[in-house]
Write a new protein. Structure first.
Length: 239
């Protein structure tokens, strides 16, 4: 009796199908972590980015690293010079006011709607975030402070039911976030942010959309004032 034939033809295809998602997952992870390093200024404007070094640290080939770098280049966080290398982009100072104005308009809308829709438990959630921010300020933990700040604004958009607007805000404010990392070390700046958030919070609790909108506008516009001062302290970070 003839033994059944064994076919392995499909195995390479299966491996290729399995390998592609792993590559995509690696690229997504490298993108997310490298993006966080760029926005937080752990990697500073002008710093070189070495593909081989990143690939080695993640234990992957250069392919997912290159995919991540291309995405970050599209966002304006990295500059690729074919003959010279890859570098962290400088913060485009001239583009910041427009980004802040767009963010101001979008967040004024989200806070107005959130003020009308917020449940008691959602208001308590905002208070909890604000308390985390106070604790981060007391500990002079700028990273935790920034994360709480981000959560406060994201939750307002979520309460309003405008998660799509928040995604748009994240795209618009990417260079503004880098700029803000330079303003937080300024003496008294974190306390000012907390006070501004408390004003927004009070208006939401009072169910006063006009006051909430005005408080948010004032909070976001404060960044326009900061722009006039910060570049003089770190001129090498800006275009």
């Amino acid at each position: 009796m003839r033994s059944p034939k064994k076919f392995h033809v499909g195995l390479p295809d299966a491996r290729r199908r399995a390998g592609r998602p792993r590559t995509e997952t690696a690229a997504a992870r490298i993108y997310a972590e490298l993006r966080a390093e760029l926005v937080s200024l752990q990697r500073r404007p002008g710093d070189p980015i070495l593909e081989a070094e990143i690939a080695l640290s993640y234990g992957v080939s250069r392919t997912p690293v290159r995919e991540a770098i291309l995405r970050l280049s599209d966002e304006g966080l990295l500059e690729i010079f074919p003959q010279s290398g890859i570098f962290v982009s400088r913060i485009p100072l001239a583009a910041l006011p427009e980004a802040i104005i767009i963010r101001r308009s979008l967040e004024e809308t989200t806070v107005r709607v959130a003020t009308e829709r917020a449940s008691s438990s959602q208001i308590l959630g905002l208070h909890s975030i604000l308390e985390r921010q106070r604790e981060a300020m007391a500990a002079v933990d700028r990273e935790a402070f920034h994360q709480a700040d981000e959560a406060f604004h994201a939750n307002i958009a979520d309460i309003a039911g405008y998660n799509g607007i928040w995604k748009l805000i994240l795209q618009v404010k990417i260079h503004v976030d880098r700029f803000r990392r330079l303003t937080l070390p300024q003496r008294g700046r974190m306390a000012e942010v907390v006070t501004e958030h408390e004003t927004i919070m009070a208006a939401i609790e009072a169910r006063d959309p006009d006051a909430a909108g005005a408080a948010m506008v004032s909070h976001i516009e404060r960044l326009l004032v900061d722009i006039a001062d910060t570049p003089h302290s770190n001129p090498e970070f800006f275009d």
